[in-house]
Write a protein that binds this ligand. Structure first.
Ligand code: NAP
Length: 302
């Protein structure tokens, strides 16, 4: 662990998991943190996540690594509260799900002598708040760093070691590419889940409680994703507009092709398409990024 004092700005699911993962193996590291609401600060205190401070300036005082763990739309304004108070040589990173806009909001505020290494752990759940955190969240999951030109390689390597110390695997790519990849693998799938659950909810007015009572596994998986935090996901789409619209355009074209195949009874097209997509699932399992247990490993009666 290359840092002695780590400050967590925001005390939700991701930062609570970071605190617990640090504690698991690196017991001597000092962890301070804060959250904007008194309720969340109190919850974090009860959980004993870290030394909870009343404001951001106190939380970052003398910290070597500052991790921004707030929704992407709030990164710039929250950083602005304490940027000028950071010690020389400190490193700032973030966990935001979008990178280009976060970099654009942080860079103009970055003080001389402080480095910024943007990051995004590809790990999370549909739950939020400090009580949802757990220490194994990052085990064997990817964390993507999107270093900027101005940042010394040594700072990037230290942030890499930090995530590896939490159990993650680390890769680097440029921020634009990150936002496109994540639009495909995470952002647009969330929008589709939100839409499908919205459609079912409209229908539930007609079918009363049948949509809820007889929900099959496919729909239940959509509802799990569509239960994700509304603030976080609103900010993702507001800040990754270009890539999301690009992928949604492609999605709509494919959907129209499948719609036509259903109308025309083109079983061959549907079979070939579904065979190709099944192969993608096999590759994800082979890469160790999910479990092959039926029902995603949930308990039978869950
Ligand atoms: P979370 O559990 O909902 O926690 C959000 C934290 O941000 C709380 O401390 C909250 O403070 C604070 N916050 C919310 N709005 C704010 C604002 N306008 N100004 C200042 N603070 C604000 O969220 P999370 O899941 O940990 O997500 C945090 C970040 O991680 C986001 O940038 C998200 O994109 C990224 N991320 C999330 C996941 C995931 O699956 N959840 C995965 C990877 C990355 P209060 O509670 O005190 O209001």
């Amino acid at each position: 662990m290359p840092y002695n004092h780590i400050a967590l700005i925001g005390l939700g699911l991701i930062s609570a998991s970071i605190a617990l993962a640090i504690r698991r193996k690196h017991k001597t590291v000092k962890i301070t943190g804060t959250s904007r609401s008194i309720d969340t600060r109190n919850k974090a205190r009860e959980l004993g996540l870290c030394e909870v401070c009343e404001n951001t300036k106190d939380a970052v005082k003398n910290a070597d690594l500052i991790i921004l763990c707030v929704p992407v739309g709030a990164m710039g304004s929250v950083f602005d509260e304490f940027a000028a108070t950071l010690k020389e040589g400190a490193t700032v990173t973030d966990v935001g799900s979008v990178k280009v806009e976060v970099i654009a909001s942080i860079m103009p505020l970055l003080p001389f002598g402080v480095n910024f290494v943007p990051g995004h752990p590809l790990a999370g759940t549909e739950n939020s708040g400090p009580e949802s955190g757990f220490d194994s969240l990052f085990d064997n999951r990817w964390c993507l760093l999107t270093p900027i030109k101005q940042c010394p390689e040594a700072s990037v390597q230290k942030v890499r070691s930090f995530w590896e110390g939490l159990g993650a695997k680390v890769d680097e790519m440029d921020a634009e590419h990150h936002d496109l990849v994540l639009a495909v693998t995470s952002h647009v799938p969330h929008l589709i889940a939100y839409t499908m659950v919205g459609v079912a909810d409209d229908l539930s007015n007609i079918t009363k409680s049948e949509v809820i009572n007889y929900s099959a596994a496919g729909f239940r998986d959509f509802t799990r994703i569509a239960a994700s935090d509304p603030t976080m996901w609103r900010d993702v789409f507001l800040n990754n507009k270009g890539a999301s619209l690009e992928i949604l355009g492609r999605f709509t074209e494919e959907l129209t092709a499948l719609q036509r195949a259903v109308r025309r009874g083109d079983g061959d097209l549907l079979f070939d398409y579904f065979t190709r997509t099944r192969e993608v699932r096999r590759k994800i399992l082979e890469a160790g990024q999910d479990t092959d247990q039926p029902n995603f490993g949930r308990e039978k009666n869950n």
